[in-house]
Structures are given as structure tokens and as C-alpha cells.
Design a protein around this ligand. Structure first.
Ligand code: ATP
Ligand code: MG
Length: 262
């Protein structure tokens, strides 16, 4: 089982869109994925049409009642298994401190989960901050994907995440594998290519070749409670998110086993 955390402290850069469509892309390859919404805003949870109102059946139940992750799974057609969020999750950021217990909780919970309901991949949709939930996602992750929407603020957010990863590595005593993903690239806007070039200089080989272009089908798919492949498999968005998984596997960002080879 490999855990992928999608994060950037800047909002609106495509974290949720990436987590959703990466999970769908994995599922389309007949691999198993569990998508977890770690954001109290619950944007991903709102994409899922009939999410539970009962807070104990959401990821908050794991943090507050110690409900095992495997007991919170919902089936999400074409996307995999899903654990929704709830606005109460904000309490984890404010009331549970930031000690080792909370920081390692998700990683430990996922180890137990793997023993009971093994999955090929876990995909974590993180909030737009570097609070305790985001840090615990980094602690749990085998790979961190940092979307950079084509503007200077999201590049600044990515640089901040790089700094945070460097600080955490001293605690974790291991390098956190990370890659940067260009999102919302608009060929007509100079700022898109400027941001891309700056990201290339800053992050080098860790900037993925895959580019997720600005594509209205991606916005509309979410409004329709669907992943991009179900909504419009011929769209640029579907092509780009397909390319993303392919690159992650081909270039060994994700571990390739016999089952995973394309
Ligand atoms: N490549 C794209 N083309 C067009 N629209 C996009 C693209 N990526 C994301 N969007 C749209 O931009 C908005 C923000 O995207 P998304 O919710 O994925 O970002 P986020 O980083 O998760 O935001 P937040 O920090 O608020 O959680 C959404 O309306 C989404 O549909
Ligand atoms: Mg989001």
C-alpha cells in the first residue's frame, strides 16, 4: 500500500481535483484506491452526492472516537473507496494539540487499515494550510504531490511546503519523496509559462512533465458529482490526469510491482 498526500498551503490550486481524478485514474487501471478527505471545508465530500451528516461516520470519527479507518469506508463508484470529511474536523486543528500522538495518528491508523482492508493506494486530499492534519498527512505519506496552479502565489505556497518538508525530515529522519504538478495551465496567459519556468528552475527533476491544463470539463465534472473520466473521457482533463498516473508509475514516483506495470 502506498500513500499519496496532495497538498499546497495555497487554496484553489487543484488539490481536490487532483486527489479525486488520481484516485479515479488508479481505479480505472483495476487497482484499488481509498480517497480520504482531510479538509474540514469538505469540498471533496460535497462532490460525493450523498455524504453522511453523522459526524461519527466521517474522518472525524477516527480522530475523536478512535473509529478504525476501515469502518468508515464508503463505496464511490468509479473512484474507489472513500472516507468523507465534516466541518467538525476543524476541532482537530485546534483542540488536539500538535504532539507526536496526533501527528503519527493517521500513519498508524493506515497501518492497521492496511492489515484489515489492504489497498494499492491511499490518496489524501489535504486542507490549504500547514496545520496538524496536513502535517500528519506528510508523516503518513510515501509520496507528496504539490499542485502549482499557474500563478505566483501558488508557487510561493509550494516553496513554503518545500521548507516545511525540510523541517519535518529532521524529525522523521527520512527524505519525504515529493513531486510538483503544474495545474490550471492556460496557454493564453503569459503568467502560466512564467510560473512553469520558475518552478522548473526551483524544483528541477521534481517538477513533473505532466501538465494539467485549464479545462472547463474539470469544473463541470465536479458540479456533476463525477470524476473527469466518467464525465467526459475524451476531455483534455481526462487525458492530462491519465498522463499523470502514467508518469508517476513510469518514472517510479510510485512503486511499480508486476500488478502495477502498465
Ligand atoms: N485544471 C483545471 N481547469 C479548470 N478548473 C479547474 C482545474 N483545476 C481545478 N479547477 C477548479 O478550480 C476550483 C479549485 O479547485 P480545487 O477545489 O481542486 O482546488 P483546491 O486546491 O483543492 O482548493 P482548496 O484549497 O479550497 O481546497 C474548483 O472549482 C475546480 O473545479
Ligand atoms: Mg480542496
Amino acid at each position: 500500500m502506498q500513500t499519496i498526500a496532495v497538498l499546497n498551503q495555497k487554496g484553489g490550486v487543484g488539490k481536490t481535483t487532483t486527489a479525486l481524478n488520481l484516485s479515479a485514474s488508479i481505479t480505472r487501471k483495476n487497482l484499488s484506491a481509498t480517497l480520504i478527505d482531510l479538509d474540514s471545508q469538505g469540498h471533496l465530500t460535497k462532490v460525493f452526492e450523498s455524504y453522511p451528516e453523522d459526524v461519527s461516520k466521517t474522518i472525524f470519527g477516527f480522530y475523536s472516537d478512535k473509529t478504525p479507518l476501515q469502518k468508515l469506508l464508503i463505496d464511490w463508484q468509479n473512484i474507489g473507496k472513500f472516507i468523507p470529511s465534516h466541518q467538525e474536523l476543524i476541532k482537530v486543528e485546534t483542540k488536539y494539540g500538535n504532539g507526536p500522538e496526533i501527528l503519527f495518528k493517521l500513519g498508524n491508523g493506515l497501518k492497521t487499515f492496511n492489515a484489515h482492508a489492504p489497498q494499492d493506494f491511499i490518496v489524501l486530499d489535504c486542507p490549504a494550510n500547514t496545520g496538524v492534519l496536513c502535517l500528519s498527512a506528510i508523516f503518513a505519506a510515501d509520496l507528496v504531490i504539490i499542485p502549482i496552479a499557474s500563478d505566483h502565489f501558488s508557487l510561493a505556497g509550494a516553496k513554503r511546503i518545500e521548507f516545511v518538508l525540510g523541517a519535518l525530515e529532521r524529525v522523521l529522519k527520512r527524505r519525504v519523496s515529493r513531486c510538483y504538478l503544474t495545474t490550471r495551465f492556460d496557454k493564453r496567459r503569459k503568467i502560466s509559462s512564467e510560473t512553469y519556468q520558475e518552478a522548473q528552475q526551483k524544483f528541477g527533476d521534481e517538477l513533473l512533465d505532466t501538465i494539467i491544463y485549464e479545462n472547463v470539463a474539470l469544473t463541470n465534472s465536479v458540479k456533476n458529482h463525477q470524476d473527469i473520466f466518467t464525465f467526459d473521457s475524451k476531455s483534455t482533463g481526462a487525458k492530462n490526469y491519465g498522463e499523470l498516473l502514467e508518469e508517476l508509475i513510469q518514472n517510479k514516483w510510485l512503486e511499480v510491482t508486476e500488478k502495477l506495470s502498465l
